[in-house]
Ligand binder design. Structure first.
Ligand code: ADP
Ligand code: MG
Length: 333
């Protein structure tokens, strides 16, 4: 992850109701975790809005400094270095993310697995670098979430296998969005949209009407495949277009890896999950991507309050039961 954020804060104040105090919509954008961060909220004044947005940006930086595997001094790097030798006590935030990661691993039967990093480290999407078959074979046995042991009483993490490496890239952004929303709420904000790349939370509505969120066409950045009117929900999208390169053989080498093969997963172009908190939707979007359409939908259909929209590699759309009309939903599978 390259160095510190370069941030441009952009404020667009739209004066919508001049008669009512000075409340207006404020928009800010920046970069953290090498990801675009965008927020929009209804606030009382520009000075206050700037201060509040800065608190949110600072929180993203704090979490990145804690959970980035690219930063040698992060808590996560210390875990990766030491947890095979002795239990490493971590902060409440990182422990929470470890717990959720393990929960999503159990739910998805290991399709989501933060120890994918044991092989994931050998990829460099910017440098168009991927591991050889021998390298994958050598490191693949280190991928197994069951070798990550969490001790809740001590708040510690230990690994049962030397060389196991964890990576929170599939779940930490969702956590950050939830934390950012908690800050906005604590500041009295009731209408907000906060996103970090493909992870987003919509707080309240857009004052009298729903927020409108587009699920982008995975092969045409400017086009939406689906548009959703929503409020008070978390939405995460995982796609094969975020970090990828095309290798010499014409294969699309992207960033979501199968823990079984150590290679990018085929079959799906994007997965969007809708739920109550972004930590969960982030983990699940990556999990469904790895599971594929059939197993992915079966997992989501068993979970209360969670829905999915999948775009497969033939660009066909698939919806979980909660998004289908009741007639379709009751049809046998
Ligand atoms: P995005 O980063 O585009 O928001 P995701 O939430 O799907 O998309 O996260 C993708 C990231 O998840 C990858 O960059 C990598 O860090 C991590 N990852 C890749 N494969 C797995 C996997 N099988 N289990 C858990 N995390 C994964
Ligand atoms: Mg994810």
């Amino acid at each position: 992850m390259d160095s510190f954020l370069r941030r441009t804060s952009l404020i667009v104040g739209l004066l919508l109701a001049p008669a009512m105090a000075k409340a207006e919509w404020f928009q800010f954008s920046g970069t953290a975790m090498t990801t675009p961060i965008q927020m929009e909220f209804w606030g009382d004044s520009e000075t206050e809005a700037k201060r509040i947005s800065q608190r949110v940006f600072d929180e993203f930086d704090r979490i990145d400094a804690q959970m980035s595997r690219y930063r040698e001094r992060s808590e996560l790097s210390a875990v990766n270095r030491e947890a095979a030798e002795h239990p490493v006590v971590v902060s409440g935030g990182l422990f929470r993310v470890f717990e959720k990661a393990q929960e999503v691993s159990e739910l998805s039967d290991g399709a989501f697995d933060i120890s994918f990093g044991s092989v994931g480290y050998l990829y460099d999407f910017r440098e168009k670098k991927q591991p050889t078959a021998e390298e994958v074979e050598q490191h693949l046995p280190k991928i197994n979430y069951r070798d990550i042991e969490l001790n809740k009483a001590e708040r510690s993490v230990s690994f049962r296998k030397a060389g196991l490496l964890t990576d929170m890239g599939g779940i930490a952004k969702g956590y950050s969005v939830d934390r950012g929303i908690a800050i906005l709420k604590s500041e009295g904000i009731r209408h907000a949209r906060l996103s970090a790349g493909g992870d987003m939370y919509l707080l309240g509505d857009k004052r009298g009407r729903p927020w409108v969120v587009g699920v982008r066409d995975p092969r045409q950045a400017a086009k939406n495949a689906v548009v959703l009117p929503v409020s008070d929900v978390a939405i995460s999208t995982s796609g094969d277009y975020e970090r990828f390169f095309i290798d010499e053989e014409g294969n699309r080498v992207h960033h979501i890896l199968s823990p079984k093969s150590g290679r990018p997963v085929e079959g799906i172009q994007s997965v969007t999950i809708i739920g109550n908190d972004t930590l969960t939707t982030d983990g699940l979007s990556t999990a469904v991507f790895v599971l594929g359409v059939e197993k992915g939908l079966a997992m989501i259909n068993k979970l209360d309050g969670i829905d999915a929209i999948i775009i497969d590699s033939d660009r066909k759309l698939h919806y979980s039961r909660g998004l289908l009309d009741p007639q379709d939903a009751s049809a046998p599978e």
